[in-house]
Each structure stands twice: as C-alpha cells, then as structure tokens.
Design a protein around this ligand. Structure first.
Ligand code: ATP
Length: 305
C-alpha cells in the first residue's frame, strides 16, 4: 500500500567531477522493512546513504521520508533518521554517557541512558570511547542513533569487525527494532547478513541498481545450481553420481554424494524413489539453494542480471 512507504528514492543522481557516483536510482522501503543496499566497493552505496542523511546534496532526482522531502526543513528530517555510522567520529576521550547526552541535546530529547543499558553498555557508561572494544563502539554508535527514537534507521556495515556473538546480538536488536515498526536501511558487504536480515535488497553497480527484490527472488533468477547432499546407509548411490534427472554435475565427498541440480524438486524426488526401490536407507539429505553471495558475484561480474 502507498501509505506503507516510509522511504522513497526517485531517480537519484550524484556526480563528483567526472565521476558518476549515483546514476539515477529509485527504490522505496516500507514501514518495518529491513532493506539491504549491496554492491562492490565504489558502487555508490555511501553516496546514496549520504544523500538520504542530508550530508550531500543530490544533483538530480528526489527522495522523501514519510512523504516529507528535505525542503520541509533540515531539522525535521534529522529527527526522523537515526544513523549508525561505520566510523562514529566521536572524540576518543568522550565517555559513553557524555556522547549520549550530546546526541540527546542535539535532538532535543531527555538523556537516554536506558538505551545504553538495553544495548549492554551499562557497565561502560563512564568509559571513554577509546577504551571501548570494537563491539562496544558499534553498540554505542547504534545507541546514539536510537536516542531520539527515529522511525528510520540507517546502518552502514553495522557488524563489520564484530565477533560471532556480538553479531548475533546486533541482529537480534535489529529484529526487535523492526518488530517495533522501525524501518531500516542496511548497507553491508556481508551477503550472509543481507540474506538473513533483509526483507528486500537492491544490488548497486556503477551507480545503478542492477537487481532488486527479496533475497529469495534474487537467488532464484540466477544460473546457480541447487546443491543436494545425500548420505545413504548402503551403496545404492555408488554408481549414481550423475544419473538423476536435472543433475548437471555431481561429486563424492566424505561419504556423501553431492548433486548440483537445475531443478531440485525433480532431482530430490528421483533420488528418494531410487533409494527406496533399492531397499537402501536414507541417513541425511540437505538441499541448499544458491546463496545470495553466489548470485551477487554472478551479477556483479556480469554487470547486470
Ligand atoms: P565502498 O563499498 O567502498 O564504501 P560505495 O559503494 O559506498 O563504496 P561510494 O563511496 O558512494 O561507493 O563511491 C562511489 C563513487 O564515487 C566511487 O567511484 C568513489 O571513488 C566516488 N567518490 C565517493 N566520494 C567521493 C568524493 N568525495 N569525491 C570524489 N569522488 C568520490
């Protein structure tokens, strides 16, 4: 529904001298969606985010947040967006609580140390930024972005450099925010993160969107094959490495047979039927669609979908 659209970008353009950084891109994000902005280095992600954040003036096109364009007043837009930057730019000697007070004062809201507590920084409230770990610095940056409870959150590489536990923790917080109706624009190089977290993604290349849709839609359109990994108790599959329908190639690995199929349903049905006819026993069967990472590499190396 039109009314659900919180972020709308139309034909956005930005050049730096002779470099066309963003070449007419359009997308929209609905309320409570996580929208992944993906692309190789130099594709135009940061420029796009900076235009939306109001840090750069686009050369063409338009964007609006909840129907308001930047012309409605800078402060309004700033209060509607929370930005967790990759590098926060905070002075090393600034304490976590001081940073929070500073951001809250900027947005005209009462200090929100409860957000620091919620993001697990309660014991670090009096710690200087320079003495926080990478994970704690990222969480502080997110806490500052959330200080004024913005309806739109922009996250630029939020989990870069985080350990597995901190990454999962941050993903859980993102899910929580999304559940509460926050609309999230996520720029990331981490394809597994984009696939897991995003409702929809756009892949940028040379300033243009070359693919957009749900991660499932994007992986379904590629030439990539589905991987079917099978283990049986007996030896029924020992001479069946390439003989099932729609199998393009197959291989034996650590007691498993791995089939690469162009039509997983047809191949899996045939494998199961064959194993049963041979009175063998299925121990393990896994079906893995091509990942977003594989599809991303396919798209970005071909230059288009
Ligand atoms: P990365 O993944 O490496 O952060 P990105 O997708 O965010 O890349 P941008 O930083 O938006 O890409 O850069 C897009 C293009 O614009 C690149 O060719 C870059 O060299 C150029 N560019 C970015 N900022 C400037 C600037 N301030 N002056 C001149 N050219 C710039």
């Amino acid at each position: 529904m039109e009314n659900d659209i919180v972020v709308e970008v139309k034909d956005l353009k930005k050049t730096y001298g002779d470099t066309i950084a963003v070449d007419g891109i359009s997308f929209n994000i609905k309320k409570g969606e996580i929208f992944g902005l993906l692309g190789p280095n130099g594709a135009g992600k940061t420029t796009t985010l900076e235009c939306i954040e109001g840090l750069r003036k686009p050369d063409g096109g338009s964007f609006s947040l909840m129907g308001l364009s930047p012309d409605h007043g800078h402060i309004n837009m700033q209060n509607m967006i929370g930005v967790q930057l990759q590098v926060s730019g905070l002075p090393g000697t600034m304490r976590a609580d001081e940073a929070m007070n500073f951001f809250c004062a900027y947005h005209g809201v009462a200090p929100r140390n409860d957000i620091l507590e919620r993001l697990g920084l309660v014991e670090k409230i009096n710690t200087q930024y320079q003495f926080l770990s990478t994970g704690q610095q990222r969480r502080l940056a997110l806490a500052l972005a959330l200080a004024h409870e913005p309806p739109v959150l922009i996250l630029d590489e939020p989990t870069a450099g985080l350990d597995v536990g901190s990454r999962v923790e941050l993903h859980n917080i993102m899910e929580e925010l999304k559940g509460a109706g926050t609309t999230i624009l996520l720029a990331t190089h981490d394809m597994a993160e984009a696939e897991k977290m995003s409702n929809r993604v756009a892949i940028l290349l040379n300033g243009r969107i070359v693919a957009t849709g749900t991660p499932k839609e994007i992986t379904a359109t590629g030439a990539g094959l589905t991987r079917i990994t099978v283990q049986v108790k007996g030896s029924s599959l020992s001479n069946m490495t390439g003989k099932f329908p729609k199998v393009i190639k197959s291989t034996n690995r650590d007691g498993y047979v791995v089939y690469f199929s162009s039509d997983a349903g047809t191949t899996v049905s045939a494998i199961i039927k064959y194993i049963s006819e041979k009175n063998d026993e299925l121990i393990d069967l896994r079906v893995e669609r091509p990942s977003l990472e594989e599809r991303f590499l396919e798209i970005t190396s071909n230059g288009a979908n």
